[in-house]
Ligand binder design. Structure first.
Ligand code: SAM
Length: 280
């Protein structure tokens, strides 16, 4: 039996009530996401769980398990796949390498078990591999929802997307965190989908979450998110300017141009002024 929202009635756990209420409290573990990001991720999860009685969630880049937990806690999610090769350092579009100390699947599982039961964890399948190396036969079910949040470079993001295409259900949503860094990859993926004649819709959500809905999900995603979606062009323009600014500062730092560092504020102010003038 379903209620007016299409949600099946039955026992609703406190965790599931939080998902339905878009309550970020369910993010019990550390996650590199803002409150707005968490609400955007929950909106997408709620949409998928309302459309599917039994969905599969696939995640690239899990670190401590913060973004896995809401799916492990969701009784409508039957399988959670975590793909993370756990490198000590990883490249990033911003320039510097990013270190993840003590990063391991065991530490993630131990952390998850502090909040969830062994039963919840029984549906977790982990691969300490890059997505391109995961054997197709090792993944038993197609995923209705995927999050790409691994190496934040355009090349890795496109590679991650292409690697999981065989693991996706026909009607699926692929979500990207840190879309302010990898917006170019998202646009390359859109070109690929257009070329492949796969119907899709992309939305950008606060703060830095993007989602590409495929086929049937492309029909439902925009109407469900109209109230919260960001303006795409504005988002991409300001993300590109901010990224270029960060890269410029990094180049100054790395080239021993310390004497220019005090000028950073002036440069930032000048860029900001240019942006403001550009808006007029
Ligand atoms: C930003 S953290 C993920 C945070 C997590 N999604 C959360 O919100 O709780 C990035 C993760 O990407 C992983 N990573 C690095 N390179 C990767 C790759 N090639 N494929 C998948 N994951 C990768 C790192 O080991 C790290 O755990």
């Amino acid at each position: 039996m379903s209620d007016l929202t299409g949600v099946k009635q039955g026992t609703v756990t406190p965790y599931e009530a939080e998902i339905e209420a878009i309550d970020p409290k369910i993010f019990l573990l550390e996650s590199s996401t803002t409150r707005n990001d968490r609400q955007s991720l929950l909106r997408l999860q709620r949409l998928v769980r309302r459309e599917n009685d039994d969905y599969c969630y696939l995640e690239i880049g899990s670190h401590l398990g913060g973004s896995l937990l809401p799916h492990l806690a969701d009784s409508r999610c039957g399988l959670v796949i975590s793909i993370d090769p756990r490198p000590a350092v990883q490249p990033d579009e911003r320039g510097p390498m990013f270190a993840y100390q003590g990063n391991s699947t065991q530490r993630m599982v131990d952390g998850l078990l502090r909040h969830l039961s062994e039963d919840n964890l029984a549906k977790l399948q982990t691969f300490d591999l890059d997505a391109s190396a995961v054997p197709r036969a090792a993944v038993a079910r197609a995923a209705q929802l995927a999050l790409i949040d691994g190496e934040h470079t355009n090349v890795a993001t496109v590679s991650d997307f292409l690697s999981i295409v065989p693991f996706l259900a026909n009607d699926a949503i692929v979500v990207f965190h840190d879309s302010n860094l990898i917006f170019d990859a998202i646009m390359h993926i859109e070109r690929f989908l257009h070329y492949s004649q796969i119907p899709f819709q992309t939305i950008f959500l606060p703060d830095v979450v993007a989602a590409i809905a495929l086929r049937g999900m492309a029909e439902v995603l925009p109407s469900e998110m109209t109230d919260v979606a960001l303006r795409r062009d504005q988002f991409i323009v300001s993300a590109r300017r901010a990224l270029q600014n960060v890269i410029a500062m990094d180049v100054l730092d790395r080239n021993g141009m310390g004497f220019m560092i005090p000028m950073k504020r002036m440069v930032r102010a000048a860029i900001r002024k240019r942006l403001l003038l550009g808006r007029r």
